[in-house]
Design a protein around this ligand. Structure first.
Ligand SMILES: [Zn+2]
Ligand SMILES: [Zn+2]
Ligand SMILES: [Zn+2]
Length: 216
């Protein structure tokens, strides 16, 4: 793994923070995916490894559910509840008698359903987090302000959207300046080539002329 990290770091000019192999049962070690954490705010679409351009799959976390009470809001280790029924969200022993009720959205389904609106919302938050390289809290606020805007139909850009726009325009400006620089460089190279060719042609002409004169 160290070898891999070094290879990626050197060939791609990336600061590799961590590489971790996903361990899966019934899979040989050679074919398991690897999680690569790099420093920075952008991720390339592909990386070069041992002369191969490898397309990267961005890692998106799945929502974690508390195994004690089935809440999506906290991990099991901080949960003080126990024996919560995932079908009716009540604490009871024996078979479930109550109507189905989701503890996350209070809808009439069990709390493990991945079509639950609360689960979908958590999934969106994690996608947003991974795609924009922000914290879970920031992603949550973005989703919250988006939802608020939809419901209130207020035509005011939330702070996060404004920020996104500035980032986008700055990025465009950066690309433009890079393009301009590159074009400038290309032109300079072309001009140099042209003058060199012209000089060469001149020299050639003079040589031919002198040869011809000598023979006259
Ligand atoms: Zn819990
Ligand atoms: Zn129950
Ligand atoms: Zn639900």
């Amino acid at each position: 793994m160290e070898e891999l990290a070094e290879e990626i770091q050197v060939k791609n000019n990336l600061d590799v923070v961590e590489t971790r192999r996903f361990l899966k049962q019934n899979l040989s070690k050679q074919t398991t995916p690897v999680l690569i954490t790099v420093l920075g705010t952008t991720i390339p679409d592909a990386i070069k490894i041992w002369f191969i351009n490898k397309k990267i799959q961005h890692f998106i976390d799945r929502p974690r559910q508390c195994t004690k009470c089935y809440s999506l809001a906290h991990p099991s280790r901080t949960c003080d509840k126990d024996n919560v029924c995932f079908r009716c969200s009540e604490i009871h022993t024996g078979p479930c008698q109550g109507p189905k009720k989701c503890m996350n959205c209070t809808g009439p389904h069990n709390a493990k359903l991945n079509l639950c609106p609360a689960y979908i919302r958590e999934k969106k938050i994690l996608e947003l987090k991974c795609q924009n390289h922000i914290t879970t809290g920031e992603a949550r606020r973005m989703i919250q302000s988006q939802n608020m805007n939809y419901s209130e139909s207020v035509k005011v850009l939330p702070a996060s959207a404004e920020l996104q726009e500035t980032v986008a325009s700055k990025f465009e400006a950066l690309i433009q300046s890079v393009n301009e620089k590159f074009e400038g460089l290309l032109q300079a190279v072309n001009e140099k080539l042209e003058t060199q060719t012209a000089t060469f042609v001149n020299v050639l002409h003079k040589t031919i002329e002198s040869i011809m004169q000598k023979h006259v």
